[in-house]
Design a protein around this ligand. Sequence first.
Ligand SMILES: C[S@@+](CC[C@H](N)C(=O)[O-])C[C@H]1O[C@@H](n2cnc3c(N)ncnc32)[C@H](O)[C@@H]1O
Length: 209
Amino acid sequence: MIVSMEAKFKRLKKDESWDKVYRELPLKDIPWEILRPDPPLKKLVDTGALKRGKILDACSGAGTQSIYLAKKGFKVTGIEISQEAVKIAKRRAKKAGVTCAFINRDVLDFPFKKNEFDSIVDRGCFHHIPKYKRQNYLKGAHRVLKEKGKYYLKCFSYKNGKAWNYFTKEELIKYLTPYFKILEIKHIDRGADRPKGRRYFWYAFLEGK
Ligand SMILES: C[S@@+](CC[C@H](N)C(=O)[O-])C[C@H]1O[C@@H](n2cnc3c(N)ncnc32)[C@H](O)[C@@H]1O
């Protein structure tokens, strides 16, 4: 029997598979965890393209990017569906001596005020949103971001092979342009950001319309 990805997602208890990863693997073995600032994000901060202010880390995971941004003077809110990841992120922020608000909740709820954030970081969040909820996600992100607020996006590229959550440049542009102006979009080679990285990505820097 063929079960659609959408049906599978509806049935799956939202946080259980993610929790399992964060519970069972040491951080260094989690495939997306780089334990340092994401290079394109760091460049945006270093060049001042991403200005200090209130920033939302969508799907904040173990808090690596949130903690880096807090150290740089951003006022960070992380939202993350895995309770385990939030526990780890809180512990790491405390150890690093920074304050971040980590919320354990489905990002699709976007429990924030309209125009609440100056910027959004989305490192591997959008591509995990089931296809049938992508419009809701983008609408939510657009609602909570200030007009002309900045949005850092990193998501899977079609070059990883055929899968429901890999985007061609054209697909990505089609999804994003109703809500955001694309300031920059770049393909990132396998391994460019992580020495042992197996995946290809799109990096995009966006501005709220
Ligand atoms: C690829 S990881 C990226 C984590 C983090 N952004 C980073 O760079 O390390 C994807 C994260 O999204 C979280 N996640 C998946 N679906 C979510 C949802 N609907 N709401 C909030 N978090 C979600 C997962 O628990 C996981 O931590």
